[in-house]
Design a protein around this ligand. Structure first.
Ligand SMILES: Cc1ncc(COP(=O)(O)O)c(C=O)c1O
Length: 386
């Protein structure tokens, strides 16, 4: 696998010499490309980028310029948008479980769409019922997703009618339905089945309720390929589009993509800081690891590609992170040439759920991010970020 630097005239090594190692390189051209591809693949869907995947100001500003909206889940994410002067009109709050203070501060920001998935949560909105429109999140367990998001959250389909009756009694407006089929959902049928079920519920409820539901939020879960062979998102979304296009009139469809937009946009550059031979196998210790940018290997079950900048005959080796903990091993049995201290490992596809879940364990700082191609037609522009 080859993965070239996105900066004209400056290779990966050159960027590390200039900005230090480890380093995360965010390519804004790839961000724009991913957003546009998803938008083209689902033309009648309004996208709300799930900030949790990569809560970064540059990402927010680039996507905002593209016309993207934002999915927020915490007060910290609200603050990030406020700081970047993003209008609350472009946001929805999708965390199914919230404290009253989370609701209040989100309302103060100006966001009025919230997600709930049970009656206790519904009751929290009685005092705000004049100011909000709620989406009811339904659970759709999906064995074809890498990360199951219907165990911790979502109301079972057979409890929906009872919930809607309770909301009506409390006078709380349920303006639509939402779901998340799970992250890295490999089969589009999961989206299709969930959409069909939701459309049936919305259609049925239209005959029974005074204020009909008018929003369907199809969540995230759009997959990428960590092996670097791009998934054809148009092909993936084709059957999803078909069911969306057949929906009854006056239903707005929105989505909350995270991974698909940011995963291919960031590359991690990490250097060998130590080596050892253990039981005859070469171990290379890097300056980034699973407590830092590679945290997604633990939390997100992702395995990122790793490319050695040095070429040569290879043998099975181990790549480990810089902390003192033994869990901090990035790859075992990876084919590598003999590496020297200072050699570079390049890890593409590291934009989603990587720096977002990084820690500072062992008092090691989180990896710096630099953004490149910030303006669309200026190949050499680099902005340094924290
Ligand atoms: C509520 C919600 N929306 C959207 C997303 C983004 O999902 P994905 O990155 O799979 O597109 C997540 C991921 O955890 C989520 O929990």
């Amino acid at each position: 696998m080859e993965h070239n630097s996105p900066v004209k005239g400056r290779g990966w090594q050159n960027l590390v010499t200039e900005f230090g190692s480890p380093l995360l390189v965010l390519d804004c051209n790839v961000l724009r490309q991913q957003y546009r591809k998803l938008k083209n693949a689902l033309p009648s869907v309004d996208h709300y980028f799930a900030i949790k995947a990569l809560p970064n100001e540059m990402v927010i500003n680039v996507l905002h310029k593209e016309g993207c909206n934002f999915d927020i889940a915490t007060q910290g994410e609200v603050k990030l948008l406020e700081k970047n002067r993003i209008s609350a009109k472009k946001t929805i709050h999708t965390h199914p479980i919230k404290r009253d203070i989370d609701i209040r501060s989100t309302l103060r920001f100006g966001c009025t769409t919230f997600v709930v998935d049970n009656e206790y949560e519904l009751e929290k909105f009685v005092r705000y019922k004049e100011r909000v429109g709620l989406l009811l999140r339904i659970s759709f367990p999906n064995p074809n997703a890498v990360v199951n998001l219907s165990k911790k959250f979502g109301l079972a389909v057979n409890s929906v009618q009872e919930f809607l009756t309770k909301a009506d009694k409390l006078g709380i407006h349920i303006k639509g339905l939402s779901f998340h089929v799970g992250s890295q959902s490999k089969l589009q049928q999961s989206h299709v089945d969930a959409i069909n079920t939701c459309l049936e519920i919305i259609t049925e409820s239209r005959t029974k309720r005074d204020v009909p539901m008018s929003v369907l939020d199809i969540g995230g879960g759009f997959p990428i390929n960590y092996d670097g062979i791009g998934i054809d998102i148009e092909e993936f979304c084709e059957p999803i589009n078909t069911v969306i296009n057949d929906r009854p009139k006056n239903i707005r469809v929105i989505a909350e993509p995270g991974r698909y937009i940011v995963a291919p946009a960031m590359t991690c550059l990490t250097s060998v800081i130590g080596k050892a031979i253990r039981d005859g196998i070469p171990w290379y210790y890097l300056d980034d690891g699973v407590y830092n940018s590679f945290s997604g290997q633990i939390f997100d079950h992702a395995i990122y590609p790793k490319i050695s900048a040095r070429k040569g005959d290879t043998r099975p080796s181990v790549l480990a992170g810089p902390t003192c903990d033994s869990i901090d091993v990035i790859s075992e049995n990876i084919e590598l040439p003999e590496l020297d201290i200072g050699d570079l490992i390049i890890a593409p596809m590291m934009g989603a759920y990587t720096s977002a879940t990084a820690t500072e364990f062992n008092s090691l700082p989180r990896t710096y991010i630099i953004a490149v191609n910030v303006a669309e037609h200026n190949d050499n522009e680099i902005t340094q970020l924290i």
